[in-house]
Write a protein that binds this ligand. Structure first.
Ligand code: FES
Ligand code: FES
Length: 181
């Protein structure tokens, strides 16, 4: 019996060694800062941001690519960070909601969301704003219908959709469209 238990302990030690060996050094460039993390190869970009860098502005909703709460920008393009691995983005500029404001000056989309009361609980808001910036970078939103369609990957359980669209529309109409980030 004792031998069996010792073998189980040894097996667990073996597992721990294998896991340690599987950590990879990963260099991430997030909001203009460089970080080196040691991650399991299967760590999602979302978990790297939230759990390893403490950037919890990016939210985990479904963790399955269906809600948009985890939307961030990779070199200006919006992606669902729950659906991709951190190791794939070494050295590529990553922008999260924490990187949009310039010091104390809010990003125009952040200001417009406040002005138009475009949130209730706020859980989806970081993803909505990053997605809206990505949509502006794409340059295909010309009407309210376009905004509705192009933002349809970002769900809002509080159904603040009308005000979200109004906020984005104002940023487009007033020409405050910020430079691509
Ligand atoms: S948490 Fe990534 S799409 Fe829902
Ligand atoms: S504001 Fe609550 S989920 Fe969108």
């Amino acid at each position: 019996m004792k031998d069996i238990m010792n073998k189980e302990v040894d097996d667990r030690k073996e597992d721990a060694i294998v896991t340690e060996k599987q950590l990879l050094p990963v260099q991430l460039n997030v909001n203009g800062k460089q970080y080196i993390l040691h991650l399991e190869p299967w760590t999602s970009l979302l978990d790297a941001l939230r759990e390893h860098l403490g950037l919890t502005g990016t939210k985990k909703g479904c963790d399955h690519g269906q809600c948009g709460a985890c939307t961030i920008l990779i070199d200006g393009k919006r992606i669902n960070s729950c659906l991709t691995f951190a190791v794939m983005y070494q050295g590529v500029p990553i922008t999260t909601i924490e990187g949009l404001a310039q010091g104390d000056k809010l990003h125009p989309l952040q200001q417009a969301f406040i002005k138009h009361d475009a949130f209730q609980c706020g859980y989806c808001t970081p993803g909505q704003i990053c997605s809206a910036q990505g949509m502006l970078n794409e340059g295909h939103a010309y009407s309210r219908d376009d905004i509705h369609e192009l933002m349809s990957g970002n769900l809002c359980r509080c159904a603040a959709y009308n005000n979200i669209v109004k906020a984005i529309e104002e940023v487009i109409e007033t020409g405050q469209t910020p430079d691509a980030v």
